[in-house]
Design a binder for this molecule. Structure first.
Ligand SMILES: CC(C)=CCC/C(C)=C/CC/C(C)=C/CC/C(C)=C/[C@@H]1[C@@H](COP(=O)(O)OP(=O)(O)O)[C@]1(C)CC/C=C(\C)CC/C=C(\C)CCC=C(C)C
Ligand SMILES: [Mn+2]
Length: 389
């Protein structure tokens, strides 16, 4: 845990120069309190508002640093023609990207469908990132996870560095090497995801939401940070890049919190409880209640709070979705809406996520797609939310 905290991107001891933005619209006391999140009430300066959980500044994520490094890359004079990617034999790369496409299509149908409206270069890049994330997760959760040692993760990190230095190890790594060559991606979110996997191997209880949030940032918030440089920010957007990156990060957090709530029963059978221990206690619950799989009134009330918090993060993410490049908005809205529907499904199961797995049927999923599309059509806000009310 301490090693995890020492990461430069998530360092609670660093000066919170970045401030995680919370739109005024969401600063209603009830919503914040229910989500266990507080924001200084009188501050209206968007850039000064800091998110905190239970009074503790919860994200000292130096998203700011990542944004800066990525925009520097964006503005750099290196042109693709002037500096061809050394690992890129066109035929070889085409085949490798095809493989990424198949992996994405097989394992993440919604993400895959969402990429269909994106430009050729962007969709290939998202598939490459998807595959790298999936492979990273497989190290901890896949069939060979029993053989996982810290050396394996160290080696995976070394391979990542080689990818960023243009020296990929295999054909799938080559697609990511090509992607980081074409888009202004920073290595930090990728390294942080590996750190999240390390955390998962060392830790199976989370004392409070702050600890859980950190885990969610590592394994999912990072995906948002990796995706924005590929998806692109709308040229007409008037929000700061950092605000948009924060929204992307919140989508990852909301997704992961939802994953966790859906999988409570399944995780319990592996001896894992990804729920804040202090909040369980507040509802008179403990690990034993999770393992006994009895859905009591206390459990239902506890779950209501957890669901409310996940929805809160989706609401925050919504602010950023239409700030992305037009062609990238639909996949983001689709994933946001479909994940939200998992929360609805937990409610429909009367909060039984101990013996049942929340499921969203195919028809419901299909019906959400045109709605997501319509949402993606609206123009990005030109005035920040706190000025429009
Ligand atoms: C401004 C704004 C709102 C921008 C949007 C930015 C954006 C595209 C954010 C995407 C966020 C996202 C999809 C996060 C994924 C979170 C996730 C599901 C993480 C999973 C971690 C581990 O969980 P666990 O082990 O509990 O779960 P499993 O049982 O194993 O499923 C992950 C598995 C980590 C690995 C993540 C992936 C494999 C997904 C990577 C996805 C992409 C790169 C595609 C994102 C793009 C689209 C089209 C939405
Ligand atoms: Mn996993």
């Amino acid at each position: 845990m301490n090693a995890a905290f020492s990461s430069a991107a998530v360092n609670p001891n660093s000066t919170p120069t970045n401030s995680v933005f919370l739109p005024h619209k969401y600063s209603k006391t009830s919503a914040r309190a229910e989500a266990g999140i507080s924001v200084p009430r009188k501050r209206r300066d968007f850039s000064q508002t800091q998110l905190s959980v239970h009074g503790i500044p919860c994200t000292h994520l130096l998203v700011h640093e990542i944004v800066q490094r990525q925009s520097q890359k964006n503005n750099s004079s290196t042109s693709l023609d002037a500096c061809p990617n050394p690992s890129s034999h066109p035929m070889f790369l085409e085949e490798a990207y095809e493989r990424c496409k198949d992996i994405c299509a097989e394992n993440a149908k919604t993400f895959y469908l969402g990429t269909q409206l994106m430009t050729e270069e962007r969709k290939k890049a998202i598939w490459a990132i998807y595959v790298w994330c999936r492979r990273t997760d497989e190290l901890v959760d896949g069939p060979n996870a029993v053989h996982l040692t810290s050396a394996v993760l160290d080696r995976w990190e070394e391979r990542l560095e080689n990818i960023f230095n243009g020296r990929p190890y295999d054909m799938l790594d080559a697609t990511l090497a090509d992607t980081v060559h074409k888009f202004p991606l920073d290595i930090k979110p990728f390294k942080d995801m590996i750190e999240g996997m390390r955390m998962d191997t060392r830790k199976n209880r989370y004392a409070n939401f702050q600890e859980l949030y950190l885990y969610c940032y590592y394994v999912a918030g990072t995906v948002g940070l990796m995706s924005v440089p590929v998806m692109g920010i709308a040229p007409e957007s008037s929000l700061s890049a950092q605000t948009i990156y924060n929204a992307a990060l919140y989508l990852g957090i909301g997704n992961q919190l939802t994953n966790i709530l859906r999988d409570v029963g399944e995780d319990a059978s592996r001896g894992r409880v990804y729920l804040p221990q202090d909040e369980l206690e507040k509802f008179g619950l403990c690990d034993k209640d999770v393992f006994s799989r009895k859905v009591t009134e206390g459990w239902r009330e506890f779950m209501k709070e957890q669901i409310r918090r996940a929805r809160f993060f989706f609401d925050l993410a919504e602010e950023g979705a239409n700030q992305l490049h037009k062609a990238s908005r639909w996949p983001v809205w689709s994933s946001l809406m479909l994940y939200r529907m998992i929360l609805d499904s937990i409610e429909k199961n009367d909060y039984d996520n101990l013996t049942k797995r929340a499921y969203v049927g195919r028809t419901k999923k299909l019906m959400a797609l045109p709605v997501a599309y319509a949402k993606a059509l609206s123009s990005p806000r030109t005035t920040p939310p706190w000025q429009s009310c």
